[in-house]
Design a protein around this ligand. Sequence first.
Ligand code: SF4
Length: 217
Amino acid sequence: MTANLSLRLTEIFHSLQGEARSVGRPTVFIRLTGCPLRCTYCDTAYAFEVCQQFTLDSILEQVADYGAQYVCVTGGEPLAQGNVRELMRRLCDAGYQVSLETSGAMDIDDIDPRVSVVLDLKTPASGECDRNRLANLPLLKPLDQVKFVICDRGDYEWSRSIVETQDLASKVDDILFSPSYEQLAPSQLAQWVLDDRLKVRMQLQLHKQIWGEETGR
Ligand code: SF4
């Protein structure tokens, strides 16, 4: 019986996807409350506590109101709340293209295979590198994406090493390298990627190009 399952949410909003494979697509974002990590560059600390409890039925109704095809489940850390797996299953059943943004610290087992997991492996400068759960890597499927937020040269070299030693290109179609916002010049990261002939996709956060650090975007 799943009728009364609920989740703590910080916000539901409609915007353009700012990152990853569906960048630029109108998307409904479901931001879950809470995160066990404290990354140095976190831009969603307001999601640690600000929350309201919603049933899954209510969340699905709110999502439907926007008429979008894409839904992104994000946080905070969505997988910190167990009922999120059922929410994602129901979103997929309803016909949405669903992505999940999760840190590398949580177990990604038992997620509906229709969901594209965007796994954010934490680099050394995040301060949370030791939390990465490398046991997740064999669970990745081609539909998934692995993301690295890169703050400096040390982060870049660490990320390059993980890509190579874990053979990530054989596991997922998209490996994403993002310069940490206002910490690393995009042109610098671009040059490193080109110099090393890395088979990764560099990305900038589209929503920050358009709206800066405004929340709910
Ligand atoms: S995992 Fe995400 S939400 Fe949690 S502290 Fe790090 S950047 Fe912030």
